[in-house]
Design a protein around this ligand. Structure first.
Ligand code: ZN
Length: 175
């Protein structure tokens, strides 16, 4: 009887741990994402439809990157991340930002003053909500990443205000 109770408690604890892991994971680590199962540079990401994205992304990733949503400030994984490395697109793996251009903006979203290269992102004028803003999307797969504003620090004066779920941080040594 004691053994039975013990195993029930163990099972209960184990399932609790697993539930926590999948909730916090959100497919945000490279190794847990769909990108780790393919060579991201060989896939024609532009041909992927919404059904595909729904099947490989977490609900919040899908909402932000494919429906131009915004994660709540101070809730994302990377707004306060100070680790070195490269930030890639969470949808297609394209390299987007270097940690060396990340700065503390106080907004609650990961903010960068420059992209990793000129062609990494595309800009679209976004006039939703009666405001004229510049939306930033991944140039390779069209994922919505965030917006860019002109109140950033030197040397560019730009503030790329990104959603954590649009990005995956890859530490320097791994990739
Ligand atoms: Zn992308």
């Amino acid at each position: 009887m004691k053994k039975l109770i013990y195993s029930i408690i163990c099972l209960f604890l184990l399932s609790g741990c697993m539930a926590k892991k999948s909730a916090a994971g959100e497919g945000l680590d490279y190794k847990d994402s769909h990108l780790s199962k393919v060579d991201p540079d060989l896939v024609d990401w532009k041909t992927k439809d919404l059904e595909y994205w729904k099947s490989v992304l977490s609900p919040i990733q899908f909402n932000v990157t494919r429906e131009a949503g915004t994660e709540r400030a101070f809730t994302g994984k990377y707004w306060d991340n100070k680790k070195e490395g490269v930030y890639i697109c969470s949808n297609c793996g394209q390299h987007l930002f270097l940690s060396s251009t990340k700065f503390k903006s106080g907004t609650g979203w990961p903010s960068f003053y420059d992209t990793i290269s000129k062609g990494a992102v595309s800009k679209i004028v976004d006039s939703k909500f009666g405001m004229s803003r510049t939306e930033i999307i991944c140039s390779r797969c069209g994922a919505h990443l965030g917006h860019v504003f002109d109140d950033g620090p030197r040397p560019t004066g730009l503030r790329y205000c990104m959603n954590s779920v649009s990005l995956i941080h890859v530490p320097n040594k791994k990739k």
